[in-house]
Design a protein around this ligand. Structure first.
Ligand code: BG6
Length: 486
Protein backbone atom coordinates (compact mmCIF):
# COMPACT_ATOMS: atom_id res chain seq x y z
CA UNK A 1 0.00 0.00 0.00
CA UNK A 2 1.48 3.33 -1.08
CA UNK A 3 -0.29 5.70 1.29
CA UNK A 4 0.68 5.78 4.95
CA UNK A 5 -1.96 5.04 7.57
CA UNK A 6 -2.05 8.65 8.71
CA UNK A 7 -2.10 10.14 5.20
CA UNK A 8 -3.98 13.44 5.29
CA UNK A 9 -6.80 13.19 2.76
CA UNK A 10 -9.10 16.16 2.49
CA UNK A 11 -9.77 19.46 0.78
CA UNK A 12 -8.50 23.03 0.76
CA UNK A 13 -10.13 26.46 0.76
CA UNK A 14 -9.41 30.12 1.49
CA UNK A 15 -11.51 32.42 3.67
CA UNK A 16 -11.99 35.08 0.99
CA UNK A 17 -13.33 32.55 -1.49
CA UNK A 18 -15.87 30.89 0.81
CA UNK A 19 -16.82 32.87 3.90
CA UNK A 20 -18.68 35.94 2.69
CA UNK A 21 -19.89 38.09 5.63
CA UNK A 22 -17.12 40.49 4.71
CA UNK A 23 -18.16 43.16 7.17
CA UNK A 24 -19.71 41.09 9.93
CA UNK A 25 -18.61 40.80 13.55
CA UNK A 26 -16.01 43.52 13.32
CA UNK A 27 -14.14 42.28 10.25
CA UNK A 28 -12.17 44.96 8.41
CA UNK A 29 -11.72 45.18 4.66
CA UNK A 30 -9.00 43.14 3.02
CA UNK A 31 -7.29 43.09 -0.39
CA UNK A 32 -9.77 40.50 -1.66
CA UNK A 33 -12.75 42.73 -0.87
CA UNK A 34 -11.75 45.13 -3.65
CA UNK A 35 -11.74 42.60 -6.46
CA UNK A 36 -14.70 43.21 -8.75
CA UNK A 37 -16.30 40.58 -10.90
CA UNK A 38 -15.61 41.24 -14.58
CA UNK A 39 -17.56 39.07 -17.02
CA UNK A 40 -15.43 37.06 -19.44
CA UNK A 41 -16.31 39.13 -22.49
CA UNK A 42 -15.09 42.30 -20.77
CA UNK A 43 -11.90 40.85 -19.29
CA UNK A 44 -8.68 42.07 -20.88
CA UNK A 45 -6.53 39.23 -19.53
CA UNK A 46 -7.03 35.61 -18.42
CA UNK A 47 -7.63 36.85 -14.92
CA UNK A 48 -9.04 39.89 -13.18
CA UNK A 49 -7.43 39.96 -9.77
CA UNK A 50 -4.86 42.77 -9.84
CA UNK A 51 -6.18 46.05 -8.42
CA UNK A 52 -4.55 49.49 -8.65
CA UNK A 53 -4.81 52.61 -6.52
CA UNK A 54 -7.33 54.27 -8.86
CA UNK A 55 -9.69 51.30 -8.57
CA UNK A 56 -9.47 51.41 -4.79
CA UNK A 57 -10.18 55.14 -4.76
CA UNK A 58 -13.16 54.70 -7.04
CA UNK A 59 -14.58 51.85 -4.97
CA UNK A 60 -14.13 53.67 -1.67
CA UNK A 61 -15.88 56.70 -3.15
CA UNK A 62 -18.80 54.44 -4.05
CA UNK A 63 -18.22 54.88 -7.77
CA UNK A 64 -18.95 51.36 -8.90
CA UNK A 65 -21.93 49.34 -9.91
CA UNK A 66 -20.15 46.03 -9.89
CA UNK A 67 -20.23 43.02 -7.65
CA UNK A 68 -17.57 41.72 -5.31
CA UNK A 69 -18.01 37.95 -5.16
CA UNK A 70 -15.19 37.56 -2.64
CA UNK A 71 -17.26 39.61 -0.21
CA UNK A 72 -20.08 37.11 -0.61
CA UNK A 73 -18.27 33.77 -0.95
CA UNK A 74 -20.62 30.82 -0.58
CA UNK A 75 -21.77 31.92 2.88
CA UNK A 76 -19.50 29.41 4.58
CA UNK A 77 -19.32 31.93 7.41
CA UNK A 78 -22.85 31.00 8.44
CA UNK A 79 -23.07 27.50 7.02
CA UNK A 80 -19.76 25.99 8.06
CA UNK A 81 -21.36 23.41 10.34
CA UNK A 82 -23.46 22.00 7.55
CA UNK A 83 -20.47 22.02 5.17
CA UNK A 84 -18.07 20.43 7.64
CA UNK A 85 -20.66 17.71 8.28
CA UNK A 86 -20.52 16.90 4.57
CA UNK A 87 -16.71 16.86 4.58
CA UNK A 88 -16.91 14.43 7.50
CA UNK A 89 -19.35 12.30 5.53
CA UNK A 90 -16.69 12.00 2.81
CA UNK A 91 -14.28 10.91 5.53
CA UNK A 92 -11.96 13.94 5.44
CA UNK A 93 -8.91 13.55 7.65
CA UNK A 94 -7.99 17.17 7.22
CA UNK A 95 -9.35 20.46 5.97
CA UNK A 96 -7.34 23.46 4.84
CA UNK A 97 -8.72 26.90 5.55
CA UNK A 98 -7.26 30.34 5.95
CA UNK A 99 -7.88 32.71 8.79
CA UNK A 100 -9.07 35.99 7.34
CA UNK A 101 -6.47 38.24 8.95
CA UNK A 102 -8.83 41.24 9.02
CA UNK A 103 -11.33 39.30 11.18
CA UNK A 104 -8.63 39.14 13.87
CA UNK A 105 -6.97 42.52 13.32
CA UNK A 106 -9.54 44.55 11.31
CA UNK A 107 -7.04 47.13 10.11
CA UNK A 108 -3.98 44.97 10.48
CA UNK A 109 -2.28 47.41 12.85
CA UNK A 110 -4.93 47.58 15.63
CA UNK A 111 -3.75 47.49 19.24
CA UNK A 112 -6.02 44.64 20.28
CA UNK A 113 -7.41 41.66 18.39
CA UNK A 114 -11.10 41.39 17.63
CA UNK A 115 -12.55 38.83 20.03
CA UNK A 116 -15.51 38.02 17.78
CA UNK A 117 -13.11 36.98 15.01
CA UNK A 118 -11.02 34.87 17.36
CA UNK A 119 -14.11 33.16 18.72
CA UNK A 120 -15.42 32.45 15.25
CA UNK A 121 -12.40 30.35 14.25
CA UNK A 122 -12.24 28.71 17.65
CA UNK A 123 -15.81 27.51 17.17
CA UNK A 124 -14.88 26.25 13.72
CA UNK A 125 -11.88 24.33 15.04
CA UNK A 126 -14.12 22.77 17.70
CA UNK A 127 -16.51 21.71 15.01
CA UNK A 128 -13.67 20.08 13.04
CA UNK A 129 -12.44 18.33 16.16
CA UNK A 130 -15.87 16.77 16.62
CA UNK A 131 -15.20 14.81 13.45
CA UNK A 132 -11.47 14.29 14.00
CA UNK A 133 -10.70 16.50 11.05
CA UNK A 134 -7.24 18.03 11.36
CA UNK A 135 -7.21 21.72 10.37
CA UNK A 136 -4.40 22.91 8.10
CA UNK A 137 -4.29 26.66 8.50
CA UNK A 138 -2.94 29.30 6.12
CA UNK A 139 -2.16 32.56 7.87
CA UNK A 140 -2.32 34.69 4.75
CA UNK A 141 -4.15 33.64 1.60
CA UNK A 142 -4.40 36.83 -0.50
CA UNK A 143 -6.08 38.58 2.44
CA UNK A 144 -3.83 41.49 3.46
CA UNK A 145 -5.92 43.84 5.63
CA UNK A 146 -6.77 47.03 3.75
CA UNK A 147 -5.48 49.13 6.67
CA UNK A 148 -1.97 47.86 5.90
CA UNK A 149 -2.39 48.66 2.21
CA UNK A 150 -3.54 52.18 2.97
CA UNK A 151 -0.88 52.89 5.55
CA UNK A 152 2.15 51.07 4.18
CA UNK A 153 1.40 49.99 0.61
CA UNK A 154 1.23 46.48 2.01
CA UNK A 155 4.26 44.24 2.28
CA UNK A 156 6.44 46.83 0.59
CA UNK A 157 7.07 48.20 4.08
CA UNK A 158 9.08 46.42 6.69
CA UNK A 159 6.65 47.52 9.42
CA UNK A 160 4.18 44.94 8.15
CA UNK A 161 6.46 42.17 9.41
CA UNK A 162 5.74 43.17 13.02
CA UNK A 163 2.01 43.36 12.41
CA UNK A 164 2.02 39.93 10.81
CA UNK A 165 4.06 38.43 13.63
CA UNK A 166 1.68 39.87 16.22
CA UNK A 167 -1.23 38.36 14.34
CA UNK A 168 0.57 35.01 14.07
CA UNK A 169 1.43 34.96 17.79
CA UNK A 170 -2.16 35.83 18.66
CA UNK A 171 -3.61 32.93 16.71
CA UNK A 172 -0.87 30.46 17.75
CA UNK A 173 -1.64 31.22 21.39
CA UNK A 174 -5.35 31.02 20.94
CA UNK A 175 -5.49 27.88 18.79
CA UNK A 176 -2.48 25.91 19.97
CA UNK A 177 -4.72 23.12 21.28
CA UNK A 178 -6.55 22.80 17.99
CA UNK A 179 -4.10 23.33 15.16
CA UNK A 180 -0.99 21.32 14.38
CA UNK A 181 -0.37 22.23 10.73
CA UNK A 182 0.27 25.85 9.82
CA UNK A 183 1.56 27.62 6.76
CA UNK A 184 2.48 31.27 6.39
CA UNK A 185 1.81 32.60 2.86
CA UNK A 186 -0.29 30.96 0.21
CA UNK A 187 1.59 30.61 -3.08
CA UNK A 188 4.26 33.04 -1.99
CA UNK A 189 5.53 33.25 -5.57
CA UNK A 190 2.44 35.19 -6.58
CA UNK A 191 4.19 38.27 -5.23
CA UNK A 192 6.05 38.51 -8.52
CA UNK A 193 2.97 37.87 -10.62
CA UNK A 194 0.34 39.92 -8.83
CA UNK A 195 1.89 41.98 -6.02
CA UNK A 196 -1.53 43.26 -4.97
CA UNK A 197 -2.91 39.76 -4.55
CA UNK A 198 0.16 38.41 -2.79
CA UNK A 199 1.06 41.35 -0.63
CA UNK A 200 -1.38 44.22 -0.95
CA UNK A 201 1.23 46.17 -2.93
CA UNK A 202 -0.19 48.78 -5.32
CA UNK A 203 2.43 48.65 -8.05
CA UNK A 204 1.12 51.73 -9.87
CA UNK A 205 2.40 53.80 -6.94
CA UNK A 206 5.90 52.44 -7.33
CA UNK A 207 8.71 53.76 -9.48
CA UNK A 208 10.43 50.39 -9.65
CA UNK A 209 7.68 47.82 -9.25
CA UNK A 210 9.96 44.78 -9.75
CA UNK A 211 12.35 45.98 -7.09
CA UNK A 212 9.40 46.61 -4.76
CA UNK A 213 7.89 43.19 -5.22
CA UNK A 214 11.18 41.42 -4.44
CA UNK A 215 11.59 43.65 -1.38
CA UNK A 216 8.05 42.81 -0.27
CA UNK A 217 8.85 39.16 -0.81
CA UNK A 218 11.95 39.47 1.34
CA UNK A 219 9.76 40.89 4.10
CA UNK A 220 7.46 37.88 3.80
CA UNK A 221 10.39 35.47 4.00
CA UNK A 222 11.62 37.16 7.16
CA UNK A 223 8.10 37.26 8.61
CA UNK A 224 7.71 33.58 7.87
CA UNK A 225 10.92 32.73 9.73
CA UNK A 226 9.96 34.84 12.75
CA UNK A 227 6.52 33.22 12.79
CA UNK A 228 8.19 29.81 12.67
CA UNK A 229 10.37 30.79 15.62
CA UNK A 230 7.30 31.91 17.57
CA UNK A 231 5.43 28.73 16.72
CA UNK A 232 8.30 26.63 18.07
CA UNK A 233 8.10 28.57 21.35
CA UNK A 234 4.31 28.61 21.67
CA UNK A 235 3.39 25.18 20.30
CA UNK A 236 6.51 23.00 20.01
CA UNK A 237 4.59 20.06 18.52
CA UNK A 238 3.05 22.09 15.74
CA UNK A 239 4.58 22.21 12.25
CA UNK A 240 5.15 25.15 9.96
CA UNK A 241 4.98 24.83 6.22
CA UNK A 242 5.50 27.12 3.27
CA UNK A 243 3.33 27.14 0.17
CA UNK A 244 4.35 27.44 -3.47
CA UNK A 245 2.35 27.52 -6.68
CA UNK A 246 4.50 24.86 -8.28
CA UNK A 247 4.91 25.66 -11.91
CA UNK A 248 6.78 22.97 -13.67
CA UNK A 249 8.29 24.02 -16.99
CA UNK A 250 9.13 21.69 -19.87
CA UNK A 251 11.31 22.57 -22.83
CA UNK A 252 9.22 22.76 -26.00
CA UNK A 253 11.90 20.85 -27.95
CA UNK A 254 15.23 19.18 -27.26
CA UNK A 255 16.97 22.31 -28.52
CA UNK A 256 19.44 23.11 -25.70
CA UNK A 257 18.21 26.70 -25.69
CA UNK A 258 14.73 25.44 -24.79
CA UNK A 259 16.16 23.08 -22.17
CA UNK A 260 18.13 25.90 -20.57
CA UNK A 261 15.13 28.18 -20.55
CA UNK A 262 12.98 25.51 -18.90
CA UNK A 263 15.69 24.93 -16.31
CA UNK A 264 15.90 28.64 -15.55
CA UNK A 265 12.14 28.93 -15.21
CA UNK A 266 12.12 25.95 -12.84
CA UNK A 267 14.94 27.46 -10.82
CA UNK A 268 13.05 30.73 -10.55
CA UNK A 269 9.95 28.89 -9.41
CA UNK A 270 11.87 26.84 -6.84
CA UNK A 271 13.73 29.87 -5.52
CA UNK A 272 10.89 30.47 -3.07
CA UNK A 273 11.03 27.01 -1.53
CA UNK A 274 14.83 27.19 -1.63
CA UNK A 275 14.70 30.16 0.72
CA UNK A 276 11.95 28.70 2.91
CA UNK A 277 13.43 25.22 3.18
CA UNK A 278 17.19 25.66 2.84
CA UNK A 279 17.27 29.04 4.53
CA UNK A 280 19.16 31.04 1.93
CA UNK A 281 18.83 32.79 -1.41
CA UNK A 282 20.28 30.54 -4.11
CA UNK A 283 23.13 31.79 -6.29
CA UNK A 284 21.14 31.92 -9.53
CA UNK A 285 18.73 34.45 -8.07
CA UNK A 286 21.63 36.63 -6.92
CA UNK A 287 22.77 36.78 -10.53
CA UNK A 288 19.20 37.59 -11.59
CA UNK A 289 19.06 40.43 -9.05
CA UNK A 290 22.36 41.83 -10.29
CA UNK A 291 21.40 41.72 -13.95
CA UNK A 292 18.03 43.29 -13.25
CA UNK A 293 19.28 46.04 -10.95
CA UNK A 294 17.39 44.68 -8.00
CA UNK A 295 18.98 45.59 -4.71
CA UNK A 296 17.35 44.15 -1.66
CA UNK A 297 17.44 46.02 1.58
CA UNK A 298 18.47 43.17 3.87
CA UNK A 299 18.83 44.16 7.51
CA UNK A 300 21.30 42.71 10.00
CA UNK A 301 20.00 39.44 11.29
CA UNK A 302 17.63 38.74 8.40
CA UNK A 303 19.78 36.11 6.75
CA UNK A 304 20.46 34.42 10.09
CA UNK A 305 16.72 34.23 10.74
CA UNK A 306 16.12 32.60 7.36
CA UNK A 307 18.85 30.08 8.09
CA UNK A 308 17.82 29.30 11.64
CA UNK A 309 14.10 28.96 11.10
CA UNK A 310 13.35 27.10 7.88
CA UNK A 311 10.01 25.37 7.45
CA UNK A 312 9.21 21.86 8.63
CA UNK A 313 7.37 20.78 5.52
CA UNK A 314 6.81 22.01 1.99
CA UNK A 315 3.35 22.36 0.61
CA UNK A 316 2.39 23.36 -2.86
CA UNK A 317 -0.40 23.63 -5.39
CA UNK A 318 -0.24 21.69 -8.62
CA UNK A 319 -2.80 22.05 -11.38
CA UNK A 320 -0.89 21.68 -14.62
CA UNK A 321 2.52 21.93 -16.27
CA UNK A 322 3.88 24.62 -18.54
CA UNK A 323 5.97 24.42 -21.69
CA UNK A 324 8.42 27.10 -22.75
CA UNK A 325 10.23 27.84 -25.97
CA UNK A 326 13.29 30.01 -26.50
CA UNK A 327 12.14 30.88 -30.01
CA UNK A 328 9.15 32.78 -31.25
CA UNK A 329 6.08 30.90 -32.36
CA UNK A 330 4.10 28.07 -30.87
CA UNK A 331 0.49 28.46 -29.86
CA UNK A 332 0.11 30.13 -26.47
CA UNK A 333 -2.03 28.78 -23.66
CA UNK A 334 -2.96 30.07 -20.25
CA UNK A 335 -2.36 28.43 -16.91
CA UNK A 336 -2.53 29.06 -13.22
CA UNK A 337 -1.22 32.66 -13.09
CA UNK A 338 1.17 32.29 -16.03
CA UNK A 339 1.08 31.69 -19.78
CA UNK A 340 3.21 29.31 -21.86
CA UNK A 341 3.37 27.44 -25.13
CA UNK A 342 0.83 24.74 -25.87
CA UNK A 343 2.14 21.25 -25.19
CA UNK A 344 0.96 18.99 -28.05
CA UNK A 345 0.83 15.94 -25.76
CA UNK A 346 -1.58 17.37 -23.23
CA UNK A 347 -5.24 18.23 -23.09
CA UNK A 348 -6.39 21.37 -21.39
CA UNK A 349 -9.27 22.39 -19.15
CA UNK A 350 -11.92 24.84 -20.34
CA UNK A 351 -9.68 27.57 -18.94
CA UNK A 352 -6.67 26.40 -20.97
CA UNK A 353 -4.80 24.83 -18.04
CA UNK A 354 -2.87 21.83 -19.40
CA UNK A 355 -3.76 18.65 -17.58
CA UNK A 356 -0.66 16.65 -16.69
CA UNK A 357 -0.87 13.93 -14.02
CA UNK A 358 2.56 12.47 -14.82
CA UNK A 359 3.94 15.96 -14.27
CA UNK A 360 2.84 15.63 -10.65
CA UNK A 361 5.06 12.58 -10.21
CA UNK A 362 7.95 14.50 -11.78
CA UNK A 363 7.39 17.46 -9.47
CA UNK A 364 7.14 15.29 -6.36
CA UNK A 365 10.39 13.51 -7.19
CA UNK A 366 12.17 16.74 -8.05
CA UNK A 367 11.16 18.47 -4.88
CA UNK A 368 11.91 15.49 -2.65
CA UNK A 369 15.36 15.11 -4.23
CA UNK A 370 16.04 18.80 -3.77
CA UNK A 371 14.84 19.30 -0.20
CA UNK A 372 14.41 15.98 1.60
CA UNK A 373 11.58 17.50 3.60
CA UNK A 374 8.04 16.12 3.80
CA UNK A 375 5.87 17.30 0.94
CA UNK A 376 2.19 18.15 1.17
CA UNK A 377 -0.08 18.69 -1.84
CA UNK A 378 -2.48 21.33 -0.58
CA UNK A 379 -4.17 22.19 -3.88
CA UNK A 380 -4.97 20.21 -7.00
CA UNK A 381 -8.16 19.84 -8.97
CA UNK A 382 -10.11 20.58 -12.08
CA UNK A 383 -12.01 23.82 -12.55
CA UNK A 384 -14.89 22.90 -14.84
CA UNK A 385 -18.40 23.89 -15.87
CA UNK A 386 -20.90 21.60 -14.14
CA UNK A 387 -24.50 21.00 -14.98
CA UNK A 388 -27.07 20.50 -12.25
CA UNK A 389 -29.80 18.19 -13.52
CA UNK A 390 -33.46 18.67 -12.68
CA UNK A 391 -33.20 16.06 -9.97
CA UNK A 392 -30.22 17.97 -8.51
CA UNK A 393 -27.43 15.68 -9.64
CA UNK A 394 -24.04 16.51 -11.14
CA UNK A 395 -22.40 13.77 -13.19
CA UNK A 396 -18.84 15.06 -13.02
CA UNK A 397 -16.96 12.09 -14.46
CA UNK A 398 -14.38 14.46 -16.00
CA UNK A 399 -13.45 15.62 -12.50
CA UNK A 400 -13.21 12.07 -11.19
CA UNK A 401 -10.98 11.21 -14.13
CA UNK A 402 -8.66 14.15 -13.43
CA UNK A 403 -8.38 13.39 -9.72
CA UNK A 404 -7.94 9.65 -10.22
CA UNK A 405 -5.04 10.14 -12.61
CA UNK A 406 -3.31 12.52 -10.23
CA UNK A 407 -3.78 10.23 -7.24
CA UNK A 408 -2.32 7.34 -9.26
CA UNK A 409 0.79 9.39 -9.93
CA UNK A 410 1.06 10.36 -6.27
CA UNK A 411 1.01 6.72 -5.40
CA UNK A 412 3.79 6.08 -7.95
CA UNK A 413 5.84 8.90 -6.47
CA UNK A 414 5.46 7.43 -3.00
CA UNK A 415 6.69 4.10 -4.41
CA UNK A 416 9.63 6.07 -5.85
CA UNK A 417 10.48 6.99 -2.27
CA UNK A 418 8.94 10.43 -1.92
CA UNK A 419 7.72 11.40 1.55
CA UNK A 420 4.22 12.75 0.93
CA UNK A 421 2.14 13.77 3.96
CA UNK A 422 -1.21 14.32 2.38
CA UNK A 423 -3.44 15.40 -0.42
CA UNK A 424 -5.92 18.26 -0.14
CA UNK A 425 -7.82 18.85 -3.33
CA UNK A 426 -8.77 22.43 -4.08
CA UNK A 427 -12.30 23.62 -3.42
CA UNK A 428 -14.01 20.48 -2.06
CA UNK A 429 -17.12 22.62 -2.13
CA UNK A 430 -17.66 25.01 -5.07
CA UNK A 431 -16.23 28.42 -4.28
CA UNK A 432 -15.43 31.76 -5.87
CA UNK A 433 -12.57 31.56 -8.35
CA UNK A 434 -9.47 33.35 -7.25
CA UNK A 435 -8.35 34.53 -10.68
CA UNK A 436 -11.69 35.37 -12.28
CA UNK A 437 -14.16 35.65 -9.36
CA UNK A 438 -16.46 33.32 -11.29
CA UNK A 439 -18.71 30.79 -9.59
CA UNK A 440 -19.02 28.79 -12.79
CA UNK A 441 -15.41 27.58 -12.51
CA UNK A 442 -16.21 24.76 -10.12
CA UNK A 443 -13.84 22.40 -8.34
CA UNK A 444 -16.12 20.88 -5.72
CA UNK A 445 -17.43 17.50 -4.69
CA UNK A 446 -20.33 19.56 -3.40
CA UNK A 447 -22.30 21.77 -5.78
CA UNK A 448 -23.32 25.21 -4.55
CA UNK A 449 -26.36 26.74 -6.19
CA UNK A 450 -25.04 30.15 -7.12
CA UNK A 451 -24.16 31.62 -10.50
CA UNK A 452 -21.69 34.22 -11.75
CA UNK A 453 -24.23 37.02 -11.26
CA UNK A 454 -24.77 36.07 -7.66
CA UNK A 455 -28.15 34.43 -8.16
CA UNK A 456 -29.09 31.11 -6.55
CA UNK A 457 -30.36 29.53 -3.36
CA UNK A 458 -26.89 28.63 -2.04
CA UNK A 459 -28.24 25.11 -1.47
CA UNK A 460 -25.63 22.37 -1.47
CA UNK A 461 -25.85 19.13 -3.52
CA UNK A 462 -23.55 16.10 -3.58
CA UNK A 463 -21.94 15.50 -6.98
CA UNK A 464 -20.96 12.06 -8.26
CA UNK A 465 -17.35 12.84 -7.30
CA UNK A 466 -18.53 13.15 -3.68
CA UNK A 467 -19.25 9.42 -3.57
CA UNK A 468 -16.06 8.63 -5.45
CA UNK A 469 -13.79 10.64 -3.12
CA UNK A 470 -15.51 9.05 -0.12
CA UNK A 471 -14.56 5.65 -1.48
CA UNK A 472 -10.96 6.79 -2.11
CA UNK A 473 -10.57 7.99 1.47
CA UNK A 474 -12.34 4.97 2.94
CA UNK A 475 -9.86 2.66 1.23
CA UNK A 476 -6.87 4.96 1.86
CA UNK A 477 -6.31 5.47 -1.86
CA UNK A 478 -6.57 1.79 -2.77
CA UNK A 479 -9.87 1.84 -4.59
CA UNK A 480 -9.93 4.46 -7.32
CA UNK A 481 -12.62 2.66 -9.30
CA UNK A 482 -14.75 5.24 -11.10
CA UNK A 483 -17.82 3.05 -11.22
CA UNK A 484 -19.45 4.34 -8.02
CA UNK A 485 -23.10 4.30 -7.01
CA UNK A 486 -24.80 7.63 -7.47
C1 BG6 B 1 -4.45 28.79 -6.49
C2 BG6 B 1 -4.94 29.62 -5.33
O1 BG6 B 1 -3.61 29.58 -7.28
O2 BG6 B 1 -5.36 28.32 -7.41
C3 BG6 B 1 -6.41 29.48 -5.02
O3 BG6 B 1 -4.20 29.36 -4.17
C4 BG6 B 1 -7.18 29.38 -6.31
O4 BG6 B 1 -6.81 30.54 -4.21
C5 BG6 B 1 -6.72 28.16 -7.09
O5 BG6 B 1 -8.57 29.39 -6.17
C6 BG6 B 1 -7.45 27.91 -8.38
O6 BG6 B 1 -7.44 29.06 -9.16
P1 BG6 B 1 -8.77 29.69 -9.74
O7 BG6 B 1 -8.36 30.91 -10.39
O8 BG6 B 1 -9.31 28.65 -10.66
O9 BG6 B 1 -9.69 29.91 -8.58
Amino acid sequence: MAFTKDFLWGGATAANQIEGAYDEAGKGLSAADFVEYIPKEKREKDNSMEVDSEVIKRILAGGHDGRFPKREGIDFYHRYKEDIRMFAEMGFKSFRLSIHWSRIFPKGYDGEPNEAGLQYYEDMFKELKKYDIEPVVTLSHYETPYGLIEKYNGWKSREVIDHFVRYAETVFNRYKDYVKYWMTFNEINIMNISPYTGGGVLSDLEEKPKQTSYQALHHQFVASSIATKKLREIAPDALMGCMLARMSFYPYTSNPADVLLAQQENQKNLMYTDVHARGEYPNFIKRFFKENNIELDIKDGDLELLREYPVDYISFSYYMSMTVSASEGGEETSGNLVRGVKNPYLEASDWGWQIDPIGLRVVLNDMWDRYQKPLFIVENGLGAYDELTEDKKVYDDYRIDYLKKHIEQMSEAIEDGVNLMGYLSWGPIDLVSMSTSEMSKRYGYIYVDKDDDGNGTLDRYRKKSFNWYKQVIETNGENLDTDVDY
